[in-house]
Design a binder for this molecule. Sequence first.
Ligand code: HEC
Length: 124
Amino acid sequence: MAAPPTASRRGLISALMLVAAVCVAVVALVVLLPAARSDPYTRSTLQLSGSGERGEQLFLINCAGCHGIAAQGLVGPNLHGVNSRKNNRQLIQQVVSGRTPPMPRFQPEPQAMADLLAYLHTLT
Ligand code: HEC
């Protein structure tokens, strides 16, 4: 039995790879996005009302070394206006995920995270 011509086999492989890529993308959208939206830590943080003053104290202790005492930027970027670039979920992810080294992964209690968010909102 003759093997199919190489070109059509390559076409088939590319088509299968495309199908696999689409499947991965669909799974990511269907499973991961809602999971990220409904993650319990984020949900409980967003239900709390934060204090900008306590948030500033937390910021001075944990964040100012990199972002500057007035959040003006140092090793890390200037954070003024950051809440117009990132929504609350993204800000929480930024703090707790550790996805953007050298910024470490923080694990504040939900109330402390709510306070930090309140402080970040004061930075216009
Ligand atoms: C070791 C240094 C370091 C520390 C400590 C640190 N950061 Fe960062 N931070 C960074 C760096 C570097 C980036 C830029 C990351 C990137 O996008 O590549 C960043 C990015 C950010 C951003 C996103 C800025 C933007 O323009 O999108 C926010 C918000 C932020 N940090 C908040 C905080 C908070 C709140 C804390 C304290 C809980 C903190 N950071 C502590 C280094 C640090």
